[in-house]
Design a protein around this ligand. Structure first.
Ligand code: RAM
Length: 332
């Protein structure tokens, strides 16, 4: 009897201790910073929605959505330094430059902060892993094919990119250039940079039209650039003459598809991308090891396996046109 009382007292104490432990844990938020190329870009706002969804599912996770006001590495370095000072638990960054942010991110890792890149990558030494939205060669081929499919007689195309140092756009453009010989009659006449700023992208699109009077398509592998190019083509009365394509958000591009300025464009689901990046950051911050061959869980998105550069890719991009845009324009 006495012994049982003692046992149950000990059991009771450990249950109480366990409860205190879990209560303390629940109050002890893990802070995951989602560092984007720049604030005010719809694509990243959709990714943040996914990050919040992951945080709600995990519980005890706070998302700090942050980034500079323009798409520069200098701006991101300031943001990273401030996150180190705030002692966040994890940083998940879409980088404006693969190398310039490395020293700051190394300092973060030295202080025990989990660092991953997603969307636009960081060089291997500056992060624990990188999550690509899709296969780079596939995206490169897709953006070219979207243009070529509407140019039966071939002709001139130009690329309007984001910033000149953006890891993701540069990789997609290199992949598109590699695929170019498969599209006979399609000539890439210029690549220009709008820095993911609407006004600069608009002016660059105007410049392309002025310098290349026979232009048949503008390919913008950026959600900011494609929308600005659509507006520039529309304003110059060239709908039907120049097809604007690339990577865009259905919510932002619906009007361009309706007007005919854009025949079709592609993108992956940015909400799923932000959700997955957050799940991965949480997983690594709670002890999952990242290294070649590692399988990292991502909640409802399943898992990814890292290649020998510590990189993994998600799903294939999806193409939108007048047949399906209405179904997706209210989602992202
Ligand atoms: C812009 C950004 C982002 C890119 C998309 C397609 O929103 O440049 O990095 O993934 O376009």
């Amino acid at each position: 009897m006495k012994r049982r009382t003692f046992t149950s007292l000990v059991a009771g104490l450990s249950i109480a201790a366990g409860m205190m432990g879990s209560t303390a844990m629940a109050q002890d938020n893990m802070r995951i910073a989602l560092v984007v190329k720049a604030l005010g870009i719809g694509f990243f706002e959709a990714a943040a929605e996914g990050a919040e969804e992951a945080a709600a599912e995990l519980g005890g996770v706070e998302i700090i959505y942050t980034g500079p006001t323009d798409t520069t590495a200098e701006g991101q370095i300031e943001v990273i330094n401030s996150l180190i000072a705030q002692r966040v638990d994890a940083i998940a960054i879409s980088a404006n430059d693969p190398d310039a942010v490395v020293p700051a991110l190394k300092r973060a890792m030295d202080r025990g902060i989990t660092v991953i890149s997603w969307d636009s990558g960081v060089s291997e030494e500056g992060r624990q892993m990188h999550l690509n939205p899709s296969s780079t060669p596939l995206i490169g081929n897709t953006i070219l094919k979207l243009a070529a499919d509407h140019m039966p007689d071939g002709g001139d195309v130009a690329i309007l990119s984001a910033s000149a140092t953006a890891t993701n756009q540069n990789a997609w453009i290199a992949a598109a250039e590699e695929a170019l010989p498969n599209y006979s009659g399609v000539n890439l006449v210029a690549t220009v940079y709008g820095d993911d700023l609407s006004d600069k992208s608009y002016r660059e699109a105007q410049g392309l039209m002025a310098s290349h009077p026979n232009l048949k398509a503008i390919i913008a592998p950026t959600t900011v650039g494609i929308l600005a190019a659509c507006q520039a083509v529309t304003d110059s009365g060239k709908i039907g003459e120049i097809n604007v394509t690339g990577l865009g958000l259905p919510s932002e591009m619906a009007g361009c598809v309706d007007s005919g300025a854009t025949e079709s464009f592609a993108i992956w689901n940015p909400i799923d991308l932000g959700y997955s990046a957050t799940m991965i950051a949480h997983s690594l911050a709670t002890g999952t090891a990242a290294g070649p061959g590692a399988e990292i869980p991502m909640g409802r998105m399943g898992s990814v396996t890292l290649d020998d550069t510590g990189t993994a890719a998600m799903a294939d991009p999806f193409t939108y046109d007048s047949s399906n845009i209405d179904q997706f324009k209210s989602i992202f």
